[in-house]
Design a protein around this ligand. Structure first.
Ligand code: FAD
Length: 590
């Protein structure tokens, strides 16, 4: 005789089959059978009680970005469901698999204007690759299985809405999930003819580069080998920061506003771009529109979206790079390559020059110098949105294999702390950082309570500049008055965290900063280091493209003077030096 099981328990058995060990959320009346099942199955699946459903959804997204595994979150009918939305959009936009299990009023009350009842399917339609309401108890394990398959296949969000009464019903305990059948998709092979065309473009170019997006994840060594063989500087997108080691000589960092000086200059001046697995949204502004352009993607719908394309290669980025390595001959280092390397060395020296700055309110560079010093090789950096994204991209060092993520496409503030919870729950033995500005941190700081409750040794670093600085800079650039950007001054977020049970440090000087980081090593449980920083705008490197053909020559001259005063050398000067053979070996990072 077939055993019987509550439908909600049968649903969780499917999650277990798929290797899910944590689910993030808050209970609610409409989720009662699901919560009962969590209690029944607590030896295999941990229900992680967060203090806001948005945090649960962002934790699920943040863990999926770091691990590649599906993240699972729950929200109850009505408000709980609505709170999930922000985290789900983050996952959907950055293409990671997340399952949201959503409560609904009982079937008998649905569609009758009942308490907390809402039509959930249309609300989730835009944020999902799969979005269904379960119709019968027997369906529950089957629909959850289907949802997980779809989330993995389409790299996005699956939403399953479950009426309250169904989970309690007993069904046959005979559902066999498809988890054991799952296989990673087979990646398309490159066409050798197109690869040869691409190689010809790179060979004939004067200023070629590789532009690396997160579709090239896993190809680190091959990308560096190609860069070396063909003498190609590399620019990375923000989500691909950890794809190429920061200390690789030809890694220029990223282009855009969340960028480094060499990244911006090199992308803008390149005459040929090998664009690998990226959908960088701001290409029109930051990649030379006249450059020859080789686009590699596994999704043909991406071709030509933001730049005219000379060669499109529908294939896995790693396979393309390997084929290029096989079919190419070495391309000697030219003035362009040498100038790029010198640009990076010059920029890094500028960055390093502030590492021990004692100026108060503190600059941000000493904070990142301390983070880099303390970070383990397997550290995970979850970085928030705003000026902190710029600073994290510039100053965090992922050279030893550290992982980095942020809310890339959706760019939601309040990402770092929840994403760190997801990462630390998934990797209890790794060092996890949540790095946020005071704006982002104060959106989700209630979930320090979650870090305390689950004894998560997350190191939360808050950069308190008392402003929504990223937007303040936009208001400056568009000559608006500052409006709505000033944050309440003097907030003692670390002291507040201490009141919630964390270890906290309020920091105003370099000595206090060093002492806080030294003490953080020995803390038991979560740490909050609130650093009171200055509100200096991150150097606007996006304005550093100094072209007298398109810009006012006097303004360019003023810029050059300003940057020279800081020890920064414009790329065009380095190019002139390189063309004359005047670049010294130490300028190349040798
Ligand atoms: P995605 O957008 O995820 O694109 C990946 C591409 O790779 C897709 O086209 C996909 O089809 C393809 N792909 C997947 N797998 C493979 C494979 N195996 N082989 C080949 N192709 C594959 N980013 C910047 O770079 N510069 C900025 O200045 C910048 N400013 C930002 C400011 C803020 C405040 C924030 C929060 C984010 C900012 N970002 C910036 C991030 C930016 O918004 C995008 O998230 C980012 O540029 C997209 O990165 P991507 O192209 O690597 O990833």
């Amino acid at each position: 005789m077939v055993q019987k099981i509550n439908a909600a328990d049968a649903m969780l058995k499917v999650l277990e089959d798929w290797g899910v060990t944590q689910v993030y959320g808050l209970p609610g009346g409409s989720l009662d059978s699901t919560m009962n099942a969590f209690a029944n199955r607590r030896s295999t699946i941990e229900f992680v009680q967060v203090r806001h459903e948005e945090v649960g959804a962002l934790a699920a997204s943040g863990l999926a970005k770091i691990s590649g595994q599906i993240g699972v979150t729950v929200g109850s009918a009505g408000p709980g469901a609505v709170h999930l939305l922000n985290g789900l959009y983050d996952a959907q936009y950055d293409h990671v698999p997340v399952l949201a299990i959503v409560g609904q009023v009982p079937t008998g009350a649905m569609n009758t204007d009942y308490f907390q009842e809402m039509n959930e399917n249309p609300m989730f339609a835009d944020v999902s690759v799969y979005n269904r309401t379960v119709m019968t108890a027997e369906q529950m394990p089957h629909v959850i299985d289907e949802a997980i398959r779809q989330a993995y296949k389409y790299k996005g969000v699956a939403v399953v809405t479950i009426p309250k009464d169904l989970g309690w019903q007993e069904i046959a305990d005979d559902y066999v999930s498809s988890a054991h059948l799952y296989q990673k998709p087979i990646m398309p092979e490159p066409d050798p003819g197109r690869v040869d065309q691409a190689l010809a473009i790179l060979k004939n170019a004067q200023r070629p580069i590789i532009y690396v997006g997160q579709g090239a994840r896993g190809a680190t060594k091959d990308i560096m080998a190609l860069s070396e063989k063909l003498s190609l500087p590399i620019v990375v997108t923000a989500p691909a920061k950890d794809v190429v080691p920061d200390d690789y000589v030809a890694n220029m960092g990223s282009a855009g506003r969340v960028a480094s000086k060499p990244g911006v200059e090199i992308a803008r001046a390149a005459d040929a771009v090998l664009f690998l697995g990226s959908n960088f949204p701001f290409q029109a502004y930051f990649i030379n529109p006249d450059a020859k352009y080789i686009q590699v993607d596994i999704d043909a719908a991406q071709f030509g979206r933001r730049h005219t394309v000379d060669v499109a290669i529908l294939a896995d980025a790693k396979k393309v790079v390997r084929m290029m390595l096989d079919r190419s001959t070495p391309r000697p280092q030219n003035a362009w390559y040498k100038a790029a390397l010198a640009d990076k060395v010059n920029w890094q020296a500028w960055v390093d020059s502030f590492a021990e700055s004692t100026v108060t309110p503190l600059r941000v560079e000493p904070i990142f110098a301390q983070i880099n010093k303390m970070a383990t090789d397997d550290a995970i950096f979850q970085v928030d949105v705003g000026n902190v994204t710029i600073n994290g991209m510039r100053f965090l060092d992922t050279s030893r294999g550290q992982k980095f993520s942020t809310s890339g496409w959706y760019a939601t503030m309040g990402y770092a702390l929840p994403a760190a919870i997801g990462a630390q729950m998934t990797y209890p033995d790794k060092q996890v950082w949540a790095i946020a500005g005071d704006g982002g941190f104060s959106m989700v700081m209630q979930d320090i309570i979650t870090e305390v409750k689950y004894k998560l040794p997350i190191i939360n670093v808050v950069l308190s500049n008392e402003s929504l600085g990223f937007i303040e800079a936009e208001q400056d650039d568009t000559k608006q008055v500052h409006s709505g950007v000033a944050l309440q001054p003097g907030m003692r977020y670390a002291d507040a965290a201490v009141a919630l049970g964390a270890t906290g440090f309020e920091v105003t000087t370099l000595d206090e900063l060093k002492a806080a980081f030294a003490a953080a090593k020995d803390a038991d449980g979560p740490v909050v280091i609130n650093v009171h920083t200055n509100n200096e705008r991150p150097l606007p490197v996006e304005q550093l493209v100094l072209d007298t053909k398109t810009q006012d020559p006097d303004a360019v001259a003023a810029f050059v003077k300003k940057y020279h005063a800081q020890g920064l050398i414009p790329l065009r000067e380095l190019l002139e030096q390189a063309a004359k053979g005047e670049i010294a070996p130490e300028q190349l990072g040798d």
